[in-house]
Ligand binder design. Structure first.
Ligand SMILES: *Cc1c(COP(=O)(O)O)cnc(C)c1O
Length: 377
């Protein structure tokens, strides 16, 4: 694999990602479509490349959050699969949604009327999914009004209703009593409105946690994001999904080595003082790349299969590491996330240290870090 000139980079193992997708396809079976969310730069993995890999792996749908992400995918030549824009759209975006054949969410009667007016002016049709709010309380029509909106859309010839969906609010919490209630409410709704097993309408509800732990939510299509990238949203993941693994690692080349006497401060504000004479490495990655500053004096790196602490405050572009009496040579490669000789630093290690979730850590790594795609295991 060709290495980038930039001395810190992300490696993405596409073969592992495709394995994850194959495991999910096996898990949901042939009667449920697989929709892969690639929003937020594919959870930091790179929007276009991950979408291409998902197309190769024969997924059925791609999902993004906003129109802009869908347009990027279409302009990159991803034209065979439906792309579903999940977030709320704005009426100014309708021409580009139509031009690029992007499906989008209708989440209110009001928005449905606005869309219909614009479609009449443009003399175009749109492909939409009606979102029903069953408990997330983010977007979506109430279950009680959903039939009215469906009825309205069936009378307006501009609407091609592709799907009806909802989003789980508590599926990441094992045994949360609300999940059952929410799932039941959605299933009751699609049953009573004749949408269950209706071949023309895709009913979808599951995120990663639903796919893994609530098989009754699989319905016509599932939308697992996090788990497709190799992370588990909750600990009680069934055995058949356990070969799903991350495909994301971060490497950097040592930029500087120095010996520091005891009692010396390191980095801004001297939040770390050496306890004894030691060796300090400088690594060229910082919070300007997405390495969270709250990992200061908490994070670890791997060098030659050993763990060493990040010391002092993390700078915008660099971080220091105390390797004690060991040696490290300028140009040698360290691991910030990933495996090295049987040792591992995971995204979960970082998210726990930062008191957040893997999602936020992953999509925080920005494009200053080049992404290297590896296509074989
Ligand atoms: C982000 C998102 C998903 C994917 O969620 P994961 O927890 O990553 O599986 C599915 N559906 C909607 C509506 C989303 O916004």
């Amino acid at each position: 694999m060709k290495q980038p000139n930039h001395p810190a980079w992300i490696e993405i193992n596409i073969a592992q990602f495709k394995h994850n997708l194959a495991v999910l396809q096996q898990h949901i079976g042939p009667n449920t479509k697989l929709c892969i969310p690639v929003k937020a730069n594919a959870y930091g993995h790179g929007l276009v490349e991950m979408a291409r890999a998902a197309v190769d792996a024969r997924v059925d749908y791609l999902a993004v959050s906003c129109s802009q992400e869908g347009v990027i995918l279409r302009k990159a030549g991803i034209n065979k699969l439906p792309i579903f824009v999940m977030g709320a759209i704005h009426i100014e975006q309708i021409p580009e949604l139509i031009e690029h054949d992007l499906e989008f969410t209708i989440a209110s009667h009001y928005k449905a009327r606005l869309v219909a007016n614009i479609c009449k002016q443009l003399q175009k049709t749109v492909k939409v999914h009606l979102e029903v709010d069953t408990g997330m309380r983010r977007t979506g029509v109430r279950v009680a009004t959903a039939p009215l909106v469906l009825d309205y859309m069936s009378q307006e010839s501009c609407f091609i209703v592709k799907g009806v969906y909802s989003h789980l609010a508590t599926s990441d919490v094992p045994q949360h009593p609300f999940s059952k209630q929410q799932i039941q409410e959605f299933i009751d709704f699609i049953k009573t409105s004749g949408l269950l097993n209706n071949p023309d309408i895709i009913c979808h509800l599951s995120n990663s946690a639903g796919v893994a732990c609530h098989p009754e939510t699989h319905l016509d299509m599932v939308r697992p994001g996090l788990i497709a990238f190799g992370y588990f949203p909750r600990p009680d993941i069934p055995e058949n999904l356990r070969s799903i693994k991350p495909c994301f690692s971060i490497k950097a080349k040592i930029a500087y080595f120095k010996s520091v006497p005891a009692g010396f401060g390191v980095s801004y504000s001297h939040t770390y003082i050496t306890a004894k004479p030691t060796h300090i490495l400088t690594i060229p990655i910082g919070y300007g790349d997405g390495l969270r500053r709250s990992l200061s004096n908490k994070g670890m790196i791997l060098l030659n299969g050993k763990r060493y602490p990040m010391v002092g405050t993390i700078c915008m572009d660099q971080v220091m590491v105390d390797i004690g009496s060991d040696s490290g040579y300028v140009g040698d490669i360290v691991t910030i996330v990933g495996h090295d000789n049987g040792q591992q630093i995971s995204i979960e290690d970082l998210s726990q240290s930062c008191d957040t979730i893997p999602y936020e850590i992953l999509c925080g790594f920005n494009d200053r870090l080049p992404r290297l795609y590896k296509y074989s295991l």
